[in-house]
Design a protein around this ligand. Sequence first.
Ligand SMILES: [Zn+2]
Length: 60
Amino acid sequence: MARACTDCKRIVEKSDECPVCKNNVLSSSWSGLIVVYDSESEIAEEAGIQTPGRYAVRVK
Ligand SMILES: [Zn+2]
């Protein structure tokens, strides 16, 4: 199962490290999913996301 970075909430699938912020603390306890295609979009700005990709809404 995919895990989420506890720092920037990026979904990380085949790695033990977040490709965005290099955090290696990943959580399998997350919910909700935001898919960002364009970091300039409103949803990305609201969520504070600067790199396109998949992100969790909440990470425990
Ligand atoms: Zn991260």
